[in-house]
Design a protein around this ligand. Structure first.
Ligand code: ADP
Ligand code: MG
Length: 699
């Protein structure tokens, strides 16, 4: 089978030429299939009496895969030509290029190869620049290419781009059959096209006159060759078909040499065309922005990060606008992160089931996903949600769905509901944290500036899903808040609601839960709340806790009762109970988490141990919240190698680390995970340090 692609600028006469070529090939005894690849879907019109036929892409949209058959999209036209139209979306929505890819796949799956055609002609729009429109140019789809052009510059410009496409796929293989000059009747037309053909190393295979007969034939729904076989126009088509048949029986084709921009301006100005110095086909293909081996460094994608953040809003439906498989992975990631919070008793209420997906498939990627987005938002509304947040993905982003317009329509149709769009599609290179930050920005921006603080309420800020993952830590925080009888107004961002985020300023004091992210949150929160609000960091260990109790009393105007002395005697009792185990022990600390570890340094020294090393894995320039009072002890860039070296020289009895530890570290070590707030969680941790030291003694 010979595959032929007819390319050219929109409106230049490709479909007219294609239909005439197909008919004449058929009249000469070939079995011809013509496939229109223009979303305009009028390629085969002149072969089927001027009507239109069902397009492959409409068919894909309407008929499930198992019920599809080639006959449903193939019409037998004049001369027995098998006619197929790809179709495509309306201008301005969806992705026509993706449509061509899907149409090709579908036609192949439907068994077009077994249809008995010995010539297949693709009629393709040539001035669209994306990869989909170049599919028919690929080596496996086109043995030969015919370019239709007039002498007008824009038409020659498109012809030149088509040549670039041919070179891109096959730099050395001759696949250009030649140029059909379809005359517009502009002055000097033939000379201009001749200069272009010469400069690009190809030939004009026919000059088709501008002729009213084309319009007459078209009005009757037929080709010129059929209605006026003796016309000059029909004889020009005969010239094209002669050349195609020669090529089919082995005549040489051309390797095009597309012109560069300077050469194109010479052509346009009618000057002599200078020798080219740039060969477009040599432009390297994009190899991606990062080494392929580094992919694991990315924590999932920005869309996933946005879903992880939004799903924590109980009153909000999160609509993933993308393929079902993306939503599945995001939902699984979310569940694996939060499941412990619920099953472990950190939160009482059952986990909300608030993640929806528009399940974008081939048809929504081609025809646009606005419809399925609107439907899914309506479903969420029907389920009772009055807050809907849309998270865009690569697919909806690449086809350019106007999600903001859908959100506006949704709000207009449901005045009691609010819709938010998180545009994570523009962040293809971004990761999880970009998505979370995008959501935080939106949430903080939605805070109602007029809400007045309600006495006795607190906002928990920056819980960031990590610090309070154990029921013990959560219980301790609950106990700490109950000292003042405080009620939680908003958890930013965990197990909360969009409503409580909006009334964030109703909280009388903000407590920052997570030191690592606290600085970011603090800045953002301050930007909306104003500097008059007091932000309290969550304390760990006795000294900080005492400071926190006093600060909270001051801010809330509420007394802390005898909590300070209770905490002090609990702490000091622990120290005297465990001093024996720690006395004279050498402990080294290594952390990558920028958390305040003052309490641990103090406590180790109260217990009679010596801190022989205190290292931070990153450099001093990283925003480093590790210790406030003991910063002079800290050394930076403290990695595995330094830990090993210290083992040789310092011989600590115990290494406390959080992430980095050398493989096969010979010494005694204990991992510090998130420790938790207040008094009990750090004491429990020190209990395990004591155990580790006792174990070490026994070895
Ligand atoms: P394309 O497929 O490139 O978009 P068409 O084949 O649909 O272009 O042609 C556009 C219009 O130009 C049609 O109405 C067609 O009849 C007309 N046409 C094409 N070639 C000629 C010609 N040589 N003389 C007169 N009209 C022509
Ligand atoms: Mg056309």
């Amino acid at each position: 089978m010979f595959q032929l692609a007819v390319y050219g600028k929109g409106g230049i006469g490709k479909s007219t030429m294609s239909a005439n070529i197909s008919l004449m090939l058929a009249q000469r005894g070939h079995r011809v299939m013509q496939i229109g690849c223009d979303p305009k879907h009028d390629s085969t019109r002149l072969l089927i009496g001027g009507g239109s036929q069902r397009t492959v892409l409409d068919y894909v949209r309407e008929v499930p895969e198992r019920d599809r058959r080639l006959e449903d999209v193939m019409v037998t036209g004049s001369g027995g030509v098998m006619c197929i139209e790809s179709g495509g979306p309306e201008p301005g929505i969806g992705c026509a290029g993706r449509g061509i890819l899907t149409a090709f796949d579908t036609i192949r799956h439907l068994g077009a190869d077994g249809s008995g055609a010995d010539v297949r002609l693709y009629d393709v729009l040539g001035d669209v620049v994306c990869g989909g429109f170049a599919v028919p140019l690929r080596e496996e789809n086109a043995d030969g290419v015919v370019i239709v052009t007039s002498g007008e510059f824009m038409s020659l410009y498109a012809a030149n781009n088509i040549m670039k496409g041919i070179r891109r796929f096959t730099p050395d293989r001759p696949r250009l059959i030649g140029i059909v000059l379809n005359s517009r009747g502009v002055e000097g037309e033939e000379a201009a096209v001749r200069r272009f053909a010469e400069a690009t190393g190809t030939r004009i295979i026919a000059v088709v006159p501008r002729d009213r007969l084309f319009a007459s034939a078209e009005a009757a729904g037929h080709t010129v060759c059929e209605m006026f076989p003796d016309s000059e126009a029909a004889s020009a088509v005969r010239g094209i078909v002669d050349r195609i048949e020669e090529v089919m029986s082995g005549a040489a084709m051309d390797v095009p040499r597309p012109l560069d921009d300077d050469q194109m301006s010479d052509l346009a100005a009618g000057r002599e065309i200078r020798p080219g110095n740039r060969v477009p086909a040599d432009v390297p293909l994009c190899t991606g922005c990062e080494a392929h081996t580094g992919w694991r460094q990315k924590y999932s994608c920005a869309s996933c990060g946005a879903v992880m953040a939004l799903a924590r809003l109980r009153d909000t439906a999160v609509v993933v606008h993308g393929p079902r498989s993306c939503a599945y992975l995001m939902d699984s990631a979310y569940l694996s992160t939060v499941a412990d919070l619920y099953t472990g008793g950190v939160y009482d209420d059952p986990m909300p089931d608030n993640i929806y997906c528009t399940s974008m498939d081939d048809s929504s990627a081609i025809f646009g996903g606005a419809g399925c987005l609107a439907d899914t938002m309506d479903d969420a509304y029907g389920d009772g949600f009055r807050e809907v947040a849309v998270v865009t993905t690569c697919v909806s982003g690449m086809i350019g769905d106007d999600c903001d317009a859908v959100a506006r329509d949704f709000e207009a149709a449901h005045p009691d509901a609010r819709a938010t769009v998180v545009h994570t599609d523009g962040v293809i290179n971004g990761d999880y944290f970009d998505g979370m930050d995008a959501v935080m920005g939106i949430l903080i921006g939605s805070v109602d500036p007029s809400a007045a603080p309600v006495p006795g309420t607190v906002n928990l800020v920056g819980s960031s899903f990590f610090d309070l993952q154990s029921p013990e830590a959560a219980a301790e925080l609950g106990r700490m808040l109950s000292v003042f009888g405080l009620r939680v107004n908003c958890r930013l961002l965990d197990d909360t609601t969009m409503g409580s985020v909006r009334s964030f300023l109703g909280g009388s004091v903000d407590v920052l839960l997570n030191e690592e992210r606290a600085a970011d949150f603090e800045e953002e929160v301050m930007a909306v709340t104003g500097a008059s609000r007091r932000v309290m960091r969550l304390p760990t260990g006795l000294d900080e806790y005492v400071g926190w109790l006093r600060g909270m009393s001051e801010v809330t105007g509420l007394p802390s009762g005898d909590e300070e002395s209770r905490a002090r005697s609990r702490w000091e009792g622990f120290v005297s109970d465990h001093r024996e185990t720690f006395l004279g022990k050498r402990v080294s600390l290594s952390t990558v988490i920028p958390r305040n570890m003052d309490w641990m340094v103090d406590m180790l020294s109260d217990l009679g141990a010596e801190v022989v090393r205190f290292g931070f894995t990153k450099g001093a320039d990283e925003r480093c919240g590790v210790t406030a009072r003991h910063r002079d002890m800290l050394i930076y860039d403290y990695g595995k190698r330094e830990i090993s070296a210290d083992w040789e020289t310092l011989h600590p009895d115990l290494l406390l680390y959080d992430v980095d530890i050398p493989d096969r570290y010979p010494g005694n070590s204990l991992r510090m995970s998130r420790i938790g707030p207040g008094i009990e969680p750090p004491l429990r941790f020190m209990e395990s340090v004591a155990d580790a030291l006792s174990r070490g003694c026994g070895e």
